[in-house]
Design a protein around this ligand. Structure first.
Ligand code: PMP
Length: 295
C-alpha cells in the first residue's frame, strides 16, 4: 500500500493527488498550512495547531473548508491510511479555484483542503541533537505578516537552500537592524551571557511556534524564566547557548553560527534539558503541563 492523500473530499493515491491549475494557492500562494507532529500515534499540540490555523484563516479573510471536528476526523483517517506512528500530518487550505485575478473572487469559492501524512524516524533528529547543528545567517527578506502561516515560503526556501549550500542545517534570518527574527522554518532561542533564556517576542515578524509556546509553559514549570526580547547576531554569537525549535526539530542545539563556535562547541545543558522535557511532553509524560496553551 502506497501513500494516500486527502484532496477536497477524496482519499487518493499520492501520485494521483492533484489540484486545478487555477487554484489560488498555486497561482498566488493564497493559502495557509499547518504541520502537526504524530508521536506514538498521537498528535502533539493538535488544538494549538488548529487554533493557529483558524487564526491564519481569519487574518486572510478565508473561510474554513469544514468544521474543526470534521477536520480532526480527516487528520486521523490520513494518519491511519498512511500507517503513521511517528511522523507528521500536513494540512493546507487555499482560497480555492477561480479565474486568475489578484482580487478575491467576487463569488466566494469553496476553500480547498489537502492533507498528507508521512512517517519520520525520530533517530535522525536525536543523533543531530546529540552533536548540535551548524546554522548560517541570511537576510530576512520576507513580508510584514510572518505571523500568518502562509504557504508563500519563497524567501524561507532561498534561505534554507543557502544553508544547505554552506553545509548547514538552518538559516537564522536577520532584519535590517541586525536582529535575528527566527529560523527559515524554526524559532530561535539563546541563553545569553548572563544565563537568561531568551527568545524573540511574538510579533508580526515571526511565526509564533506551537513548539515555542509549549516550551514556554514547560520551562516555566521547570522553574526557568523566559525573557521575550529580540537579540542581535553579535549577541547570538557570544551566547552561552543557541538553539532552534519547531514541530519537526523539537529542541535542536546550534553549536556554530556562520564561522563562530557557540559556547564550547557542544550542545549546552539548558538546550539538552529542554529537549528532554519536550520529548517527555511529546510522549505524554508531562502533557498536562502545557495544556491550554493557545495562540
Ligand atoms: N517559524 C517558521 C518560519 C516556521 O516555518 C516554523 C515551522 N512551521 C516555526 C517557526 C516553528 O513553528 P512550530 O513550532 O509551530 O512548528
Amino acid at each position: 500500500m502506497g501513500r494516500v492523500a486527502y484532496v477536497n473530499g477524496r482519499y487518493l493515491p499520492h501520485r494521483h493527488a492533484t489540484v486545478h491549475i487555477e487554484d489560488r494557492g498555486y497561482q498566488f500562494a493564497d493559502g495557509i498550512y499547518e504541520v502537526v507532529t504524530v508521536s506514538g500515534g498521537r498528535f502533539v499540540d493538535e488544538i494549538g495547531h488548529l487554533e493557529r490555523l483558524d487564526r491564519s484563516l481569519r487574518e486572510l479573510e478565508m473561510d474554513a473548508p469544514m468544521s474543526r471536528a470534521a477536520m480532526r476526523v480527516i487528520m486521523r483517517e490520513v494518519v491511519r491510511r498512511n500507517k503513521v506512528r511517528d511522523g507528521i500530518v500536513y494540512l493546507q487550505i487555499t482560497r480555492g479555484v477561480a479565474p486568475r485575478d489578484h482580487a478575491f473572487p467576487a463569488t466566494p469559492t469553496r476553500p480547498a483542503l489537502v492533507m498528507t501524512a508521512k512517517s519520520m524516524s525520530m533517530a535522525g533528529g536525536a543523533a543531530r541533537a546529540a552533536d548540535g547543528i551548524k546554522a548560517i545567517t541570511a537576510p530576512d527578506i520576507r513580508w510584514d505578516r510572518c505571523d500568518i502561516k502562509s504557504v508563500a515560503l519563497l524567501p524561507n526556501c532561498l534561505a534554507k537552500q543557502a544553508a544547505r549550500e554552506a553545509g548547514a542545517y538552518e538559516a537564522l534570518l536577520v532584519d535590517a537592524d541586525g536582529m535575528i527574527t527566527e529560523g527559515s522554518s524554526t524559532n530561535a532561542w539563546m541563553v545569553d551571557e548572563d544565563g537568561n533564556l531568551v527568545t524573540r517576542q511574538a510579533d508580526n515578524n515571526i511565526l509564533n511556534g506551537i513548539t515555542r509556546l509549549a516550551l514556554n509553559a514547560l520551562a516555566e514549570r521547570d522553574g526557568v524564566r523566559i525573557v521575550e526580547r529580540g537579540f542581535s547576531v553579535d549577541e547570538a554569537k557570544r551566547a552561552r547557548e543557541l538553539f532552534i525549535t519547531s514541530s519537526s526539530s523539537f529542541v535542536m542545539p546550534v553549536v556554530q553560527l556562520d564561522d563562530s563556535v557557540i559556547g564550547n562547541g557542544k550542545p549546552g545543558s539548558v538546550a539538552s534539558r529542554l529537549r528532554e522535557i519536550y520529548s517527555a511532553y511529546m510522549t505524554g509524560e508531562n502533557r498536562e503541563a502545557a495544556a491550554g496553551v493557545g495562540v
